[in-house]
Design a protein around this ligand. Sequence first.
Ligand code: ACM
Length: 635
Amino acid sequence: MKKSILIACFSCWCMTVLAQADIALIPQPVSLQKNEGHFILGSSTRIQVSAQPDAYRVGEILAGRLRTTTGYPLPVKQVAPSMGNPAGAIELQLQSGLRLGKEGYALEVTPTHVIIRAKEPAGLFYGMQTLLQLLPKQIQHNKKDTSVAWTIPAVTIEDQPRFAWRGLHFDVARHFFTKEQVKRYIDEMVAYKYNLLHLHLTDDQGWRIEIKSLPRLTEVGAWRVEKTGSFGTFSPPTPDEPRTYGGYFTQEDLKELVRYAADRFVQIMPEIDVPGHSMAAVAAYPELSCTPGAKQVNSGEKFMNWGTGSFSAIVDNTLCPANEEVYTFLDKVITEVAAIFPFEYIHMGGDECAKNFWEKSTAVKQLMQREKLKDMHEVQSYFMKRVEKLVAARGKKMMGWDEILEGGLPPKTAVMSWRGVKGGIEAARMGHPVVMTPNTNTYLDLMQGDPSIEPPVYSSVRLRASYDFEPVPDGVDDKLVLGGQANLWTENIYTTRHQQYMLWPRAFAVAEAVWSPKGRKDWPGFISRVEQHFQRFDEAAIKYARSMYDPIVQVKKEGDSSVSVTLSTEVPGLDIYYSFDNSFPDRFYPQYTQALVPPKDALSLKLITYRGKEEIGRQMTIPVVELKRRSGIRK
Ligand code: ACM
């Protein structure tokens, strides 16, 4: 008898501990209190919502998610809060008096009921996302699973975001992604409480938005030659190679996406990137260039020279700031864009505009004289100021990349700071709103681990750097920082699978930086939550990168021709094993404890990480010549 009581108590204790250990919310809520017991979602569970249609809509979204996997009927009923008997129910209540902001929510899970309260429907939606993360990972399946006990640990959560702007950017210009792929992107981002999708719609490699008054933009500008390999190094297209790769969104497609996003409390900010990054536009309408002659949509062949901190165009990919037709063109584009997207901002680019062809243009020289512009930065500033007026005339506000500070910022424009946070600091000091997207922390197109094992890109941002992202630098008025954003450029991203690999887990880290309260950083705790979300992604068949498990390799030149190699790991508590004999190391090989110097004739260093007995990283091979090259040895 005593023994069975003991066993019962022990299993009770185990269940509580297990349930509690499983709480792994991303982003971290403002407050979380774990309580005793758990709610069991069963065949008789119902969803009760307060009378507003939006509450009903969120209730239906929740029911849809839960029905798929649990197979339970989960009827959704509208009830007045006073009339509802919450026992056995999941309740969603809109309460106007709640003091948790527009997107905040309170979530209470007890053994008898679940209640999400919010002031606005968005709060109910985010409360629902948290609730989903409290359910067993199998809730991520897309088919019924009868083997799971659908328990939700008892908790009291109060939560609201730190920033109103929680952005995720998606470049659909370099590689085109379809409407369905964009919807999936939205589905995945909202699970982590992102609320702003920045769609980069135009670039040198494609114009992706139908402009009815300018049909050649998509007839010509949306298509290029299909090339596979490493962007920027492709062979120049030959005349016989078909220009059939690409695509574009019709205005109806985009309106559908706007609705789809709005139903999930996401706003879409369109970007039309001018005056640089405009090869697709000038291929369609060559008269918009300062440089005469036909142009082609770029297919990934080299057309710019990139130096350290400088660049120039080999083929002119800019709109001509001295041509009045350009402003007529942009007025048409902006008018149609403004009519599609309800969001208050239109992003007009302004980044990386090569000026070397402008320098040669007689029309630009005349413009400089007429407008008393002293250099090319002022020429671009003149252009952006005129664009700002076109945007304002359509009732919108303009945003641009931080280059628009050079030569003078248009008076009302908001700045998206990407070359670190410097531009954002400068713009905020001038009283302009800013969004922080520093390439040092939030550029998710960059490599997330050692170049020997990652798909090659010109630079890296490891998970730790994304986790360390702080949107408000010291000394900046936080009221001017609208929020932060992670950017996903797709020069080297061809598919949704690889898009997912690049996004996750770094987008977990950025989600937390823009939602969770400041001063809550806890790297080991974050890693442990990330690992639980990896398991959820396994259930959902969403790809993610395991790069955080691989060693960080640092090299130092030793004498004239030797190198010493220092290894570490981002994830705490991993062991690194290595070989120099070309065979694959495992945990019975030498363990890394101190800097390594390759034996004289060794060809390669091979590495693997373990957590205890579990192989956890990927086999990594770095040729010794590569180690030497990294250290600065040139032969
Ligand atoms: C940028 O990454 N060129 C904004």
